[in-house]
Ligand binder design. Structure first.
Ligand code: ATP
Length: 357
């Protein structure tokens, strides 16, 4: 399956704002692409347009040279002719068919012989750990089990492109972790292209080869997960990706003492422009011995919050509160004076765009 390309895609449902605005997106063959963003940013609409369930109001969707949608040329290929498998958050299982029959359904439509149908359905159900419920009916399953049956039904057909809309949303934390690993394995073994919608940044960072962050119908950044985390293209991505979120310090004319201290450090370096805002990730704010080249300040410890494998420390740095996250035990106690430092700052201009640093 060649690259899926969206060019100048827009979607309006009538009414005021566009759900998707002028979207250009390339999904390379074999990618695991996560569309990530807050509720209402246009992720589902984008996925539904790729599936052919919605038609764009402008632009072109193509797979290699094959145009699936073109508003300008009046072209539209229906969902069943796109060769893509779909699993949506509101997966619909047939209530009158057993789990096994539900999974076999798509294969039956494709005229796969009975014995092969059976074997593929069983293998798919085993993959998602619901083989023991094969002869039950959807109403006898939990929401999480139903979601996994919907996933198995799609996997059994073995499509070259899988479109998934929050398919893990009904699973408990443990099963979700297991299914993330499972989906990653399925992706690596099958070589299929996966487009996955989620508002959960951890889900995107752990599974995707490419993350497309959207906000208000617009693409904010398309990058590999660690590049997105390490070099967010703008303030929106910086604050959306990462947990706890990045602290952003405004460097306006009426700046805080902390902003002044950070700015002095930034502008003392050759080649740096004066930013409008400076971001520091909590895990990049350190409490151990600072290297000479790093920015550092004296800070008061306000609270230490242990969380098993990490320690969150609330600090008062000059006139501002900042959080530090440490993955090694923190000895400091509230009231202690410590030195905090960082050598990883993210600089943004007045429009919120990342400055090269
Ligand atoms: P969520 O995570 O909540 O599903 P999303 O990022 O997937 O959000 P979309 O469902 O694509 O966002 O919605 C984008 C915008 O389009 C929203 O403002 C939404 O209200 C609007 N919208 C979506 N579907 C329709 C529809 N069928 N009719 C009218 N407006 C719609």
């Amino acid at each position: 399956m060649p690259t899926i390309s969206l060019s100048g895609i827009a979607k309006s449902y009538g009414g005021g704002d566009h759900a998707v605005k002028n979207l250009d997106l390339l999904v390379p063959d074999g990618a695991f692409m996560c569309l990530l963003g807050p509720s209402g940013c246009g992720k589902t609409t984008t996925l539904r347009m790729i599936a052919g369930l919605e038609q764009p109001t402008a632009g072109t969707i193509a797979v290699g040279d094959r145009v699936l949608d073109s508003v300008e040329q009046g072209l539209y290929v229906p969902p069943e002719k796109r060769g893509m498998g779909l699993v949506f958050q509101n997966y619909a299982l047939w209530p009158h068919l057993s789990v096994r029959e539900n999974v076999e359904f798509g294969l039956r439509m494709r005229k796969v012989p009975a014995d092969r149908r059976r074997a593929r359905a069983e293998a798919a159900l085993e993959m998602v750990h619901v083989a023991d419920a094969m002869d039950r009916y959807p109403s006898q399953l939990s929401g999480g089990q139903q979601q996994r049956v919907a996933l198995a039904r799609m996997l059994a057909v073995d499509p070259a492109v899988l479109l998934l809309d929050e398919p893990l949303s009904n699973l408990d934390a443990r099963l979700r972790l297991e299914m993330r690993a499972e989906l990653k394995r399925i992706h690596e073994e099958s070589g299929a292209t996966i487009i996955f919608v989620t508002h959960d940044q951890l889900e995107a960072l752990t599974m995707a080869t490419h993350v497309a962050v959207m906000n208000k119908g617009e693409l904010q950044q398309l990058a590999a997960p660690m590049d997105m985390y390490g070099r967010p293209a703008n303030r929106f991505v910086a604050e959306f990706v990462g947990s706890p979120p990045m602290a952003i310090v405004e460097v306006g004319p009426a700046r805080t003492e902390l902003a002044g201290s950070l700015l002095r450090h930034v502008t003392s370096r050759p080649g740096n422009h004066a930013p409008a805002a400076i971001g520091i990730r909590p895990e990049a704010l350190r409490l151990d011995e600072p290297p000479v080249s790093a920015w550092s300040e004296t800070a008061q410890v306000e609270a230490v919050l242990p969380a098993g494998s990490s320690w969150t420390v609330r600090l008062r740095v000059l006139d501002t509160e900042l959080y530090a996250v440490s993955y090694t035990p923190v000895e400091a106690r509230p009231g202690d004076t410590v030195t905090c430092w960082t050598d990883q700052m993210h600089l943004f201009d007045g429009e919120g765009t990342r400055l090269a640093a």
